[in-house]
Design a protein around this ligand. Structure first.
Ligand code: CP
Length: 361
């Protein structure tokens, strides 16, 4: 095997998040005895990743395990994506998602065709997404797309025959963000991997936002419902009486996890182990920001040891004066994105055999 060891990478351990908690991937690997669930990863080969319902607890943990192996840099790889081209087609603004996907591809020795702004495509001349999908079939091997229209996946899917990864579709879903969120939580507390997490390690999740119209929040909740042995309670905190939305109604009703909806964050903040915050709700082609009363800062009544997750970008709902505190998990969360996306792309493009130390066949 021609090897490329990650020790040669400029992404040293010091180059993860600069502030807040730093998460050690080794803790997650050790917890799983270094055994990565290759069989679960293989189920993703050739698949489009459109919706978090495609995952289950086992696949989420397996993606996190491989991400941890890659982040640990204690791995030998034989140019996993050599010969593969990823198209990143972004019809809506992004800092993290596009660039971390592109970084992931390049670090795996693949190549990238990047559309950072959909307006430079034929869309500006009235071309349909369906026709663009037809073109992509010959240009690349996987398409990673963000679009403000919730129906965009069906539209491009009319002709696209390559795996499509949903990088955010309007108010729909952001499944790979949810994988990143759970990667951070599993590194923070590896016991959450278990179907029968010890009671004292189970977490009370507080979610500030509106899952019905916030795609990252919705996808995070969808995955949280898969961890019923690790999540003891979910509190949705919103100014709306019903922030859940259609897509989550049934999974919430069927979940054994206790779920409550409240509108006063102060009422529950001191009880929460994890506070997930997002700021932007998508309303068709416009946005609505989180209500001002839900802002967090260093004086907020957070429980000792509680952590804050935020998919970012933030506005003023999480004050910068939290950045240097133990509550800041959001920078470590963002820092995990490249590894999660490396893990996912290697699985989807069926190149697991090019990473040593995975076990199985
Ligand atoms: N978390 C996230 O989706 O960030 P970007 O909008 O910067 O891609």
């Amino acid at each position: 095997m021609n090897t490329s060891n990650h020790d040669a990478s400029p992404l040293t351990s010091a180059a993860t998040n600069s502030k807040g908690r730093r998460l050690c991937p080794i803790a997650l690997l050790d917890y799983c005895d270094g055994q990565i669930d290759r069989e679960a990863l293989q189920t993703l080969a050739g698949q489009s990743i459109l919706h978090p319902r495609q995952f289950n607890r086992r696949t989420v943990v397996a993606i996190a395990q491989l991400a941890a192996l890659l982040e640990s840099r204690n791995v030998e790889m034989d140019k996993p994506l050599d010969g593969k081209i990823a198209i990143t087609a972004f019809f809506e603004a992004s800092t993290r998602t596009r660039l971390s996907f592109e970084s992931a591809v390049l670090r795996l020795d693949g190549k990238v065709l990047s559309v950072p702004d959909g307006q430079v495509t034929g869309i500006a001349k009235g071309e349909s997404l369906a026709d663009i999908g037809e073109m992509f079939n010959t240009y690349g091997d996987v398409v990673i797309m963000r679009h403000p229209d919730t129906n965009c996946l069906d539209e491009i899917g009319k002709n696209l025959q390559r795996p499509l990864i949903n990088a955010g579709n309007g108010s729909g879903h952001h499944p790979t963000q949810a994988l990143i969120d759970w990667y951070a939580l599993l590194k923070w507390r590896p016991e959450l991997c278990r179907a029968d997490c010890p009671p004292e390690k189970r977490v009370h999740l507080g979610i500030i936002g509106t899952p019905g119209s916030m795609r990252a929040v919705k996808s995070f909740v969808r995955l949280a419902l898969m961890f019923s042995g690790a999540v003891k309670k979910i509190t949705l905190i919103s100014e709306l009486a019903d922030p859940v939305g259609l897509d989550l109604t049934e999974p919430i009703e069927e979940s054994p996890i206790e779920i409550e909806i409240i509108n006063d964050v102060q009422e529950v903040l001191p009880e929460l182990d994890v506070v997930y915050v997002n700021s932007i709700a998508f309303l068709g082609d416009s946005y609505r920001k989180l209500d001002a009363r839900y802002k967090l800062d260093a004086s907020s009544d957070l429980k000792s040891g509680a952590v804050i997750l935020h998919p970012l970008a933030r506005n003023d709902e999480v004050s910068e004066n939290l950045d240097e505190t133990e509550h800041n998990l959001y920078f470590a969360q963002a820092a995990g994105a490249v590894f999660v996306r490396q893990s996912l792309l290697t699985s989807v493009l069926d190149r697991l055999d090019r990473i040593s130390g995975l076990g199985g066949s």
